[in-house]
Design a protein around this ligand. Structure first.
Ligand SMILES: *Cc1c(COP(=O)(O)O)cnc(C)c1O
Length: 378
């Protein structure tokens, strides 16, 4: 993409810490410990300290993290897993791949996150787990979700690919980092995520010693002792080079979140008096780390707006244009249009604007001006 204002600016972010990153990469090469090098354990330790969680298990990517989480829980084919249809496919894909049944429920129109009231309605004796997704950088209503999970004895797997570093208030009145509240938390280090590697990467978090051990084994062909396999596992590792890069970037994660929050505030102010642009709502119990800055359009032609912005050199994107229950891949589960009205309306009306750690007031002013120009003239 050669737009003047892309969705993310990974190059600008890299250049600011280039010497540190370059020497971290070089150190791995000098050690030639590309797999399971010292950087991997170091990163796992640093991340577990940052999150205040007992165990961090690095793996190959965010999808693998979700896959491993479900493999580690004692589930059997046909068991039902409740999740949101307003997310990236990976969340539900792993459910299907393991022969489990995804059961979708609608989201809150304001936070875009799963609506706990809807969860209760679809619980059956086959329900085993809930997968809330902390969409766009804001944590789902974990207090309510954990209450429901406790009442019905369900596992909770947090899909925290988009909200690493965000915090949420729980029922004990304390704040916890997203991904550390449920049974297992999962995240992704895909380059454009809030903590992005220079390739693929992911991790799981848990407070449970037994689960941590099992996940570690599952990610390593089911073995603890070399060539003795206790489970049928997979091969999912974080490369040493990626771990070394992430170790450097983790130090800046809070700073990155602040830069995103500042950018979000700028947009909020620019759009707040426009009745056709609904700015992101932040629930009182969660912080927002703005993986995406997503507006809901009211009576604005989205395709034309995106085309207009693109002509002015401004990127924009739709996350996500087709809810999971209406995807071709999910036809066999029998869902239809109208099942989840909030999600469907959002899919039709959301638009995400560029937001990243390298935004300046000048860039944002130009983007905001162009958005308003279109909205006010169409
Ligand atoms: C990015 C993402 C994933 C998958 O992560 P990968 O590292 O790309 O496999 C899963 N869930 C959500 C919500 C994501 O945004």
């Amino acid at each position: 993409m050669s737009l003047k204002y892309p969705m993310v600016d990974l190059q600008g972010q890299y250049l600011k810490i280039k010497p540190e990153i370059d020497s971290a990469i070089q150190a791995v090469i000098d050690e030639t410990s590309f797999i399971k090098g010292s950087a991997v354990n170091k990163f796992a330790d640093n991340l577990s300290q940052y999150l205040d969680v007992k165990h961090v298990i690095p793996c190959g990517n965010g999808t693998d993290a979700l896959h491993l989480a479900l493999m580690a829980l004692d589930l059997k084919p046909g068991d039902e897993i409740i999740t949101t249809p307003f997310t990236f496919i990976a969340t539900a894909e792993v459910i299907s791949l393991l022969g489990l049944k995804p059961v979708f429920v609608d989201v809150y129109p304001d936070t875009f996150n799963i609506n706990p009231d809807e969860i209760e309605k679809v619980i059956t004796e086959k329900t085993r787990a809930i997968i809330p997704v902390h969409l766009f950088g804001q944590v789902a209503d974990m207090k309510e979700i954990m209450k429901i999970a406790g009442k019905h004895n369900l596992y909770v797997v947090e899909d925290n690919a988009q909200a690493l570093g965000a915090e949420v208030m729980c029922s004990d009145g304390k704040k916890y980092k997203a991904g550390t509240i449920g049974t297992i938390g999962c995240t992704s280090f895909f380059p454009s995520k809030n903590l992005g590697a220079f390739g693929d990467g992911g991790a799981l978090f848990t407070q449970d010693d037994m689960l941590a051990l099992k996940i570690q084994q599952l990610a390593n062909h089911g073995m603890k002792v070399r060539y003795y396999h206790d489970y049928v596992g997979i091969n999912s590792r974080l490369d040493s080079i990626q771990a070394a890069i992430l170790n450097v970037k983790l130090k800046y994660l809070d700073q990155y979140a602040e830069a995103r929050q500042k950018a979000a505030q700028f947009y909020d102010t620019a759009f707040k008096n426009n009745s056709r642009l609904k700015t992101p709502f932040v629930a009182p119990f969660s912080s927002h780390v703005y993986h995406q800055y997503t507006l809901v359009l009211k009576g604005v032609n989205r395709i034309n707006l995106m085309e207009y912005l693109s002509k002015k050199g401004i990127a924009s994107a739709v996350y996500y244009p087709v809810p999971l229950h209406l995807q071709n891949a999910y036809k066999n589960y029998g869902y239809k249009m109208g099942d989840f009205p909030q999600t469907e309306a959002l899919s039709d009306h959301v638009i995400s604007l560029p937001i990243h750690t390298e935004m300046t007031d000048e860039i944002q002013q130009e983007i905001a001006d162009k958005v308003l120009e279109f909205v006010n003239n169409n």
